[in-house]
Design a protein around this ligand. Structure first.
Ligand code: SF4
Length: 309
């Protein structure tokens, strides 16, 4: 089977614990489940498994300590953790006869890790089947071309993906913020606390003014992270690769406006990607394809998303 590596394949874990909040950690039945139950017993953690996944308490893994350390790793070493935690944020996606390997930009520190992190070796990574739909391969080829064109900008990629002029982007942003507030997802958070904290400034920005000019590094990161989302098919609950690119880049654009530095931007952008991946968030905000069309095109006039009709 052909293996394609989607660069950059770099990561550095800073132990922030964000990935241990609100992430479903599925366990392999058999040896892995038995090992985790054994670790829980030794650590005094009750009922560590719910269904086939690690149990969460108040939105975080039961093995995460108050000082944001994984108690399994602290006591037994990194190899004792569940496979999906060991490999996070490395993902391998099977698309047809090909396995695509790369780093999921959902990690809060991916922006720094992708530049300064250690080279990651794939090892025995779990391969996930790719979600797919009619025309996806053509869409992702085209989107990758748009995102990876030398000299590309976030505004330019959005214009090409949306086929609109630059002035329309602020209108889309304003519709986005309005519908986020009206759908209630901004005021009634169900996302993990670190994600909501990172997103809080974004909810307040109304898209005023000409916008803050991009730093080239932050802008090229936003584009390559969107390309990784597409190529690795980290589509979450968004419906199509092009909607994923548009929504993720709109979030990147907003995140750049409301954060002071590159790291803060990376955290907010990663949190936005995480929110888009959350079924509860996206389905409450944009429950139907028409809502997405309204948001992006404004084609149906003053209508508001059906969640708030
Ligand atoms: S097992 Fe450890 S690394 Fe995995 S989610 Fe729980 S605390 Fe985090």
């Amino acid at each position: 089977m052909a293996i394609s590596v989607i660069e950059p394949l770099r990561h550095r874990c800073v132990g922030c614990g964000a990935s241990c909040h609100g992430r479903t950690v599925q366990l392999e039945p058999g040896e892995e489940e038995i090992r985790i139950r054994g670790a829980a017993l030794a650590l005094g953690v009750l009922d560590p498994i719910e269904g086939r996944a690690l149990r969460q308490e108040e939105g975080r893994c039961v093995f995460l300590t108050d000082n944001r350390r994984c108690s399994i790793e602290t006591r037994f070493g990194p190899d004792a953790k569940p496979a999906s935690c060991r490999q996070f944020p490395l993902v391998a996606t099977r698309v047809g006869g090909e396995v695509r390997v790369g780093m999921d930009p959902v990690c809060s520190h991916d922006i720094v890790g992708s530049l300064q992190g250690d080279r990651v070796t794939a090892g025995s990574v779990q391969v996930r089947p790719a979600p797919g739909g009619p025309g996806w391969e053509d869409q992702e080829l085209w989107l990758s071309e748009v995102l990876c064109t030398p000299g590309q900008t976030v505004t330019g990629a959005l214009q090409e993906a949306l086929r609109v002029d630059p002035d329309a982007l602020q209108g889309i942003w304003r519709r986005m913020v309005r519908s986020l507030h009206r759908s209630g997802v901004a005021a009634d958070p169900r996302l993990p606390t670190p994600v909501m904290q990172a997103l809080a400034p974004l909810w307040g920005w109304q898209g005023e003014g000409p916008g803050r000019p991009w730093l080239p590094f932050a802008e090229s990161y936003a584009l390559q992270a969107a390309d990784r989302l597409v190529q690795l098919r980290l589509i979450g609950s968004v419906r199509t690769p092009s909607a994923l690119v548009i929504l993720s880049l709109m979030g990147a654009w907003g995140a750049w406006q409301v954060t002071d530095d590159v790291e803060g931007f990376g955290r907010t952008y990663a949190a936005w990607i995480r929110a888009l991946r959350d079924e509860g968030f996206t389905h409450r905000w944009l429950p139907t394809g028409e809502d997405v069309a309204w948001l992006l095109g404004g084609a149906s006039g003053p209508r508001v998303p059906s969640a708030v009709d």
